[in-house]
Design a protein around this ligand. Structure first.
Ligand SMILES: Cc1ncc(COP(=O)(O)O)c(C=O)c1O
Length: 347
């Protein structure tokens, strides 16, 4: 949609895209092209269109972060830097303009927190800065809120925390509360109008799907949206966010917990071999998998992304569920550390 609209509205010859390191947008060729997770995407290199990459704000492991970890505080709050990652983005935009005579057609971002990257939260101000640079360049903003949409980070949509309204908003999961598959792509009037015209102009957006506007899925979405308005309101979600914070709090004392990154009702716990050195576990040690496996035995379903445990309870979870989450995490991590130390001692 952006590619075609950029040609029609901006007169671009070769609309180009840029996305942050470790971005994930799905598994179709377009989405894979926009993605920047090597292990998922590299085998398809020959099929993909080129997309530039810029540094993501992974403060915990950022080479420009001069801050020191503080117990109980997420890396985005103890970071000390001069926004070098933003400067790098600005340089990439300027280089694109110099080399091709065209700015990027769009910058594609998961706002507030990147999921598959390892629950990488963005420090306050990052999204505004990136978006302002994009706007100055007349590039469109595409925000992928497949994970963050429908209240996951607090407000209805994550972009609202920054006030930077996107030109394209990609939605899915939370639209039906996960009950039936349904996605939506929202566009500004400017982009929408690129596909309007007289019949003979042939400007129609010619890309539909067999199940577009599937009635059953739309009915589930309407019910789910109704629940968001009546029961799972922003204040309810704020209460859940506090329960999650309280549930995760005891984990900060754990020697293998390096960072905890929470955004509203979602969080990632990054486990490390050595906290003071931030030494990661080797992927072959299956650290995340082992912790999540134990959690499932304790009745809590989570998902690892490498060494990061993803926590994302549904909005119907109550205080007891969060308490169960907390004690299961404490137990699973304690057992994991004991086993790891034993392995270490045994050489
Ligand atoms: C941010 C983000 N974008 C896109 C997707 C892909 O969504 P789908 O599997 O519905 O294509 C996901 C799925 O996890 C996601 O987290």
């Amino acid at each position: 949609m952006v590619y075609e609209a950029a040609k029609r509205k901006k007169g671009m010859r070769n609309p180009g895209f840029i996305s942050p390191d470790s971005a994930y947008h799905g598994d179709s060729i377009g989405a894979v092209s926009l993605g920047q997770v090597g292990i998922f995407h590299q085998s398809f290199q020959g099929l993909l269109f080129p997309v530039d990459k810029f540094m993501n704000p992974y403060c915990y492991r950022c080479p420009f972060n001069r801050g020191k970890p503080e117990p109980g505080i997420s890396s985005i709050h103890w970071k000390k830097c001069h926004w070098e990652c933003v400067d790098q983005f600005q340089s990439a935009c300027e280089m694109r303009l110099r080399q091709t005579d065209e700015a990027y057609a769009a910058v594609v971002i998961e706002p507030e927190i990147q999921g598959v990257a390892g629950m990488v939260s963005q420090p306050q101000g990052w999204l505004e800065k990136i978006s302002m640079i994009a706007r100055q360049q007349n590039s469109w903003l595409v925000f992928d809120e497949v994970m963050t949409g429908f209240g996951r980070t607090g407000p209805d949509f994550a972009w609202q925390n920054s006030g930077m309204m996107p030109d394209i908003l990609c939605l899915a999961k939370g639209l039906t509360g996960g009950y039936l598959p349904l996605a939506a792509t929202l566009a500004t009037q400017e982009i929408f109008s690129a596909f309007l015209g007289e019949y003979q102009d042939q400007k129609t957006f010619f890309h539909g799907h067999s199940y577009t506007a599937n009635p059953l899925a739309c009915a589930a979405a309407l019910e789910s949206l109704q629940l968001l308005r009546s029961t799972h309101t922003q204040s309810h979600r704020e209460m859940l966010s506090q329960l999650l914070k309280d549930a995760l709090n005891p984990l900060w004392d754990h020697p293998n917990v390096g960072d905890i990154r929470q955004s509203g009702t979602i969080a990632g716990i990054e486990i490390v071999r050595n906290r003071s050195q931030k030494t990661p576990f080797h992927w072959k040690e299956k650290a995340g998998i082992r912790v999540c496996h134990r959690l499932s035995q304790l009745g809590v379903l989570t998902r690892p992304i490498g060494n990061v445990i993803v926590v994302m309870l549904p909005y119907c979870a109550n205080q007891a569920d969060y308490q169960k989450l907390s004690s299961a995490l404490v137990q699973a991590l304690h057992e994991f550390s004991s086993a790891t130390q034993l392995n270490h001692l045994n050489g």
